[in-house]
Design a protein around this ligand. Structure first.
Ligand SMILES: CN(c1ccc(C(=O)NO)cc1)S(=O)(=O)c1ccc(-c2ccccn2)s1
Ligand SMILES: [Zn+2]
Length: 379
C-alpha cells in the first residue's frame, strides 16, 4: 500500500484537500462521545502513506461571527458562558431552552472542540470555493443534529450548515447527502424551506429511535417543498440493500436537481460492531456511496459524523480516503501508534455481523417507488 501504489486506469487524479494540524487533532480528540477518534483516524491515514496523495491544509477555529451565520447569538453566548462555568448546578432554565444539559453537557472545552471542528469544515469549503481542489475532507466534522438555537444529539455547532452556506456563495444548487445511521435533522431543518439546497438522508427510522424524524412524508415546505428527501430504513440494513437504495435515489436526485456541489456526511455508526447496534453495514457500501458521488465530477465536501466503534470508524474513513485519492491499499493495517486497537486480524476490512436485514425487498421497492414517483419532487 502507500505512496508506491501503481495507479491503473483509475479516474483522473482529483486534487484532494485534507484538513488537519496537530492543534486541530488535539482539540477534536476532546469531543466527548468520540474520545481521540480524530487522532486515531489520522494515524491510520498517515500509516498508509495517504497524506502524500493529498494537500494537507491547517484550519483555524470558527469565530463567533462565523458560527452566528447560522446559530443564534443567544444560543452561542449561552454555550460559551456555560462551558466556562464549573458549577455543577449551572444548568438553569435558559440552558435547558438551548438543549444544554444531560444529553448535551456544556463541559469545559466543548465550545473549543466544536468551534475547531466547525473551522475545519469552513476551511474545507473555502478550499472548494477557491477552486484549490475538487474534493475536501474534514473527518472531524459532520455534526448534523445541531439546531439554529439549540444543541442536540451530541451536536453543538452545525458545521455542515456553515459549510453549505459557504458553498452557496459560489454554487447556486448545493446537495446535502447524509449516510449516518441517524436522520440529518439539523441540516434538513436549516434548508427545508429553500429550493437552493436539497437534503437527502438515509437513516434508520423506527418508533423511539433518535431523533424520530425523517419519514418518507417529510418532503420540505414552502419554496422547499419537494427539496427534502428522506429514506427511512429498518433494523439490520446490510451493504447490498443500502447501496441499492442509495444508487436508485441518487440517480433520480442527479437528474431532477442537477447539483453544482455536494456535501456528504459519512457517519459510520451504521457499521457492524458499532455500539448503536442498529445497521449491519461494512465500509464497502459507504465507500461505494462516495465512489458514486465522485463520478459526478462536481466539487465534493466529505465530513465525518457518528461512529462510536472508533477503530471501525477509522477503518471506514481510511477506506473512503483511499477511494477519493485513487489509491489501492493492502488490507493489512501497517504498524503505527494505535496498531493494537485493530487486533486480532489487523485487517482494514470489517465483516458484517449475523443480524438479519429486516428491509424486505418490498420495503426497498416501496421506498424507491415513493421517491421516484413523487409528483412534488423538485418541481
Ligand atoms: C442522544 N442520542 C443520540 C444522538 C445522536 C446520535 C448520533 O450518532 N447521531 O448521528 C446517537 C445517539 S440517543 O438518545 O439515541 C443515545 C444516547 C446514548 C446512546 C448509546 C450509548 C451507548 C451505547 C448505545 N447507545 S444512544
Ligand atoms: Zn449517528
Amino acid at each position: 500500500g502507500g505512496s508506491n501504489t501503481i495507479r491503473k486506469g483509475l479516474l483522473p487524479e482529483k486534487k484532494v484537500v485534507y484538513v488537519c494540524s496537530a492543534d486541530f487533532l488535539s482539540e477534536c480528540d476532546r469531543i466527548a462521545k468520540v474520545p481521540f477518534r480524530a487522532s486515531i483516524t489520522h494515524a491510520v491515514i498517515e500509516a498508509y502513506g495517504l497524506l502524500s496523495r493529498m494537500s494537507v491544509v491547517p484550519p483555524k477555529p470558527a469565530t463567533f461571527e462565523e458560527i452566528c451565520h447560522f446559530h443564534s447569538t443567544d444560543y452561542i453566548e449561552c454555550l460559551q458562558r456555560l462551558c466556562q462555568d464549573d458549577d455543577p448546578d449551572k444548568y438553569d432554565e435558559e440552558a435547558e431552552e438551548f438543549g444544554l444539559g444531560y444529553d448535551c453537557p456544556a463541559d469545559e472545552g466543548v465550545y473549543d472542540s466544536a468551534s475547531w471542528a466547525a473551522g475545519g469544515t469552513l476551511t474545507a469549503a473555502e478550499q472548494l470555493v477557491s477552486g484549490q481542489c475538487s474534493v475536501a475532507i474534514n473527518w472531524a466534522g459532520g455534526w448534523h443534529h445541531a439546531k439554529r438555537d439549540s444543541a442536540a444529539g451530541f451536536c453543538y455547532i452545525n458545521d455542515i450548515v456553515l459549510g453549505i452556506l459557504k458553498l452557496r456563495t459560489k454554487y447556486d444548487r448545493v446537495l446535502y447527502v447524509d449516510i449516518d445511521l441517524h436522520h440529518g435533522d439539523g441540516v434538513e431543518d436549516a434548508f427545508c424551506a429553500t429550493s437552493k439546497v436539497m437534503t437527502v438522508s438515509f437513516h434508520k427510522y423506527s418508533p423511539g429511535f433518535f431523533p424520530g424524524t425523517g419519514n418518507l412524508s417529510d418532503t420540505g415546505i414552502g419554496k422547499g417543498a419537494g427539496y427534502t428527501v428522506n429514506v427511512p430504513l429498518n433494523e439490520g440494513c446490510q451493504d447490498e440493500n443500502f447501496y441499492r437504495v442509495f444508487e436508485k435515489v441518487m440517480d433520480i436526485v442527479k437528474i431532477k436537481f442537477d447539483p453544482e456541489a455536494v456535501v456528504c456526511q459519512c457517519g459510520a455508526d451504521g457499521l457492524a460492531g458499532d455500539p448503536m447496534d442498529s445497521f449491519n453495514l461494512t465500509t464497502l457500501s459507504l465507500a461505494k456511496c462516495v465512489q458514486y458521488l465522485l463520478t459526478w465530477n462536481i466539487p465534493l465536501l466529505l465530513l465525518g459524523g457518528g461512529g462510536y466503534h472508533i477503530p471501525n470508524t477509522a477503518r471506514c474513513w481510511t477506506h473512503i480516503t483511499s477511494v477519493v485519492t485513487g489509491t489501492k491499499l493492502s488490507s493489512d493495517i501497517p504498524e503505527h501508534r494505535y496498531f493494537t486497537l485493530y487486533g486480532p486480524d489487523y485487517d482494514l476490512m470489517i465483516s458484517p455481523g449475523n443480524r438479519a436485514d429486516t428491509n424486505t425487498p418490498s420495503h426497498i421497492k416501496n421506498v424507491i417507488a415513493q421517491i421516484s414517483d413523487r409528483p412534488d419532487l423538485f418541481v
